[in-house]
Design a protein around this ligand. Structure first.
Ligand code: NAP
Length: 259
């Protein structure tokens, strides 16, 4: 950050908010805390009229604002707002959560882009543990646009053999048991049980579920941990890394804008 200051670069993240979803607000507080520690400004943009047009207009204004480095649209979007229209409006050079149509298209094409922070966090976690996925079988459970799908593309780009599973997958356990790496993003506490993991497999738990006032993952951690080769915890693991990746991408956007 000192180096950025020297170069007179002041990263700023604009966060567009239109709902008071408790999980969203809690994620925003974590984001603000880390941003403050890193010297990144956060501008909260609360939309009074929650329509697709209001989102598009505000995104365009922030896109043109030279003081804004990155734009994050908090989800879930309010009812009646067209997610596709909002995605389409996000300018790729400020789309620091890789959520827009242009960024996702670039990811699909294997071109340089900001990546969805959660999917990026899974890769950072694997890198941090020195886990190479090249040639290995990866099963991803969950196919959302924020986690499962981009993660599949990122792992594919690293030469993993990827299977994406979802609610219609038949005999899911047979698929996950074959995998060297199992990533779970389903949103159900303790979903991935002991019979679904091959001994020695790497297990990455993306799930963030509130149960009785505490956060638990999608993996039955006490049962799966003893047989896994490596396993990420919840809380900890992917969650905090997601915010870190987001901040890295805000700084990168600010640097690119300053060039
Ligand atoms: P989502 O949009 O609700 O998607 C859930 C996925 O799970 C869907 O693809 C769904 O399949 C699949 N699924 C549901 N039931 C299943 C079953 N019985 N068998 C196999 N697949 C099943 O959720 P999301 O936004 O990806 O989030 C998933 C979890 O990750 C949540 O706990 C969320 O809080 C967490 N999360 C964490 C972070 C973070 O730590 N940074 C970020 C984002 C999300 P269909 O597509 O067929 O419906």
């Amino acid at each position: 950050m000192a180096a950025l200051k020297e170069r007179r670069i002041s990263p700023k993240l604009a966060v567009i908010l239109a709902s008071a979803d408790p999980a969203t607000l809690s994620y925003l507080r974590v984001t603000e805390r880390l941003a403050a520690e890193l010297g990144i400004a956060v501008q909260k943009v609360v939309l009074s009229s929650a329509t697709s047009e209001a989102f598009v207009r505000r995104i365009a204004e922030l896109g043109e604002d030279p003081t804004v480095s990155g734009i994050l649209v908090e989800t879930p979007l309010p009812a009646g707002v067209d997610a596709g229209v909002v995605r389409g409006a996000l300018p790729p050079e400020k789309d620091v959560d890789g959520a827009g149509t242009a960024s996702l298209g670039r990811l699909l094409a294997g071109e340089r882009s900001f990546v969805p922070a959660t999917a990026g966090a899974v890769l950072a976690l694997l890198d941090g543990e020195g886990i190479d996925v090249s040639g290995r079988r990866a099963a991803i459970v969950g196919r959302s646009l924020v986690v499962g799908r981009p993660l599949a593309l990122l792992l594919l780009a690293r030469d993993a053999t990827v299977t994406v599973c979802h609610s219609k997958t038949q005999d899911l356990a047979a698929v996950t048991r074959e995998a060297d790496l199992v990533c779970v993003a389903v949103g159900r506490p303790g979903f991935l049980g002991v019979g679904m993991v091959r001994p020695g497999a790497v297990v990455v738990d993306v799930g963030t579920n509130w149960v009785d006032g505490r956060i638990v993952g999608d993996v039955d951690f006490p049962a799966v941990a003893p047989l896994a080769g490596a396993i990420s915890p919840v809380p900890g693991g992917v969650g905090p890394l997601t915010t870190t990746i987001l901040m890295e991408q805000v700084v990168e956007a600010a640097e690119r804008i300053a060039r």
